[in-house]
Design a protein around this ligand. Structure first.
Ligand code: AMP
Length: 124
């Protein structure tokens, strides 16, 4: 799948759409999800144009990959969930329920997150 430069996270990176920033550095931007599913819900995105985790793993540099994961940890720290724990989610592709085609990781926490997935996907 080719990268779509008009996806909403690309627009956020270009400053065309506002965001509630939690952490930013040269490799990544972390901001609060507009529809939080838990008290803390932060999205972390690389600054580079990657569709999903597979694309990121193949095309990103080692520095970008290391920087991205350090940003995930920094964002969790700044959001106040590092001590108590949290969950990382990376929805990937159609079956994974990925809505925005720019690689991102969700940080969800702020209390017990609950079961890892719903028991029956057909009841979602
Ligand atoms: P995914 O289904 O993994 O692609 O998740 C995309 C996430 O982006 C959803 O949780 C949305 O609520 C979130 N989202 C969409 N637009 C925005 C926005 N403008 N600012 C913050 N979060 C957004």
């Amino acid at each position: 799948m080719a990268y779509d430069p008009d996806n909403i996270f690309a627009k956020i990176l270009r400053g065309e759409i506002p965001n509630d920033t939690v952490h930013e550095d040269e490799h990544a931007l972390a901001f609060r999800d507009i529809h939080p599913v838990r008290p803390v819900h932060v999205l972390v995105i690389p600054r580079g144009a990657y569709v999903d985790v597979g694309d990121f793993a193949v095309r990103a540099t080692a520095d970008e990959i290391a920087g991205f994961w350090r940003a995930v940890a920094a964002a969790a720290e700044k959001a106040g969930v590092a001590g108590g724990g949290y969950r990382l989610i990376a929805n990937t592709g159609a079956n994974g329920g990925q809505e925005v085609p720019h690689f991102h990781v969700h940080i969800v926490g702020g209390g017990r997150v609950g079961p890892m997935v719903s028991p029956r996907p057909d009841r979602n």
